[in-house]
Design a protein. Structure first.
Length: 262
């Protein structure tokens, strides 16, 4: 039986797990949608869930076709495609570029920063994210705090790996193999000592399972993207996880109990 105390390294997804990606996407669409008159039959009937599912489908298509494209450009391209092909509106280049830069405004979940601080006492913390380096820097500062204010700096990620570094996007197995090689070469951490920690079953838990990795599902309440095990299994996809928590804070609580350091 796997124990949390057997682990040495947590490989985190960021957006959707640590940061509220879904709210960030919905909020970033509002400037476009708000400037079009009501009623608009192509958008008025779309729910938050509809928009997110539509967007992630287009985003995945863009990432698959352009694995080396910067994430900010993936966002801008997906925004333009969704707006023109599905919303029936033509965004300006400036609007799509602003959407692509919206990562800087996406906020962490309320439990994230304290949970990472507590987890950092027991594990190496690694980011493996479908993002570009420049965009992630905004997020890193929100999560870690600023180096200019040491008192506010709760922890430091031990390693940050982006799609830009690797040249592909999850769920490509290449991303996980790259991360596993890095943690082994840097710290001697073996695959059995690694846990993929993520919200998205599609982007993280399915590839982790293919590679035989342990994984922890952070099942964020109300999450839409990559969250349905039933839908994946109906498509014949093998999906599973080793541990399951509603929040990262709950995971940190259990880790502290396991290590006897609460």
């Amino acid at each position: 039986m796997s124990e949390l105390t057997d682990l040495k390294c947590l490989i985190f997804d960021c957006y959707g797990t640590l940061v509220d990606w879904e709210s960030g996407i919905i909020d970033a669409f509002q400037p476009l949608l708000s400037r079009y008159p009501k009623p608009n039959p192509q958008t008025d009937s779309l729910s938050r869930s509809d928009i997110l599912k539509l967007f992630v489908q287009v985003e995945n298509e863009v990432q698959t076709a352009n694995p080396t494209m910067l994430y900010s450009d993936v966002l801008a391209t997906a925004h333009s495609t969704v707006a023109s092909s599905h919303f029936g509106v033509e965004p300006s280049a400036e609007e799509s570029a602003a959407f692509g830069a919206s990562v800087a405004r996406w906020e962490p979940f309320p439990d994230t920063r304290d949970a990472l601080r507590r987890l950092s006492k027991h594990y190496k913390l690694v980011i493996l994210s479908n993002v570009d380096k420049s965009s992630f820097e905004h997020t890193r500062l929100k999560l870690e705090g600023s180096a200019s204010d040491p008192a506010a700096k709760a922890f430091t990620f031990d390693l940050i790996l982006t799609a830009q570094d690797i040249g592909s996007y999850k769920p490509d197995l290449k991303n996980f193999r790259y991360a596993l090689r890095e943690v082994n070469e840097r710290w001697g951490v073996e695959e059995v000592e690694v846990c993929a920690t993520a919200q998205s079953l599609f982007h993280d838990h399915v590839p982790a399972r293919k590679l035989g990795l342990k994984s922890c599902w952070i099942e964020r309440a109300g999450a839409v993207v990559g969250a349905s095990a039933e839908e994946l299994r109906e498509k014949g996809v093998d999906v599973g996880w080793t541990w399951r928590f509603a929040t990262l804070g709950e995971m940190a609580d259990e880790v502290e109990r396991a290590f006897g350091s609460a």
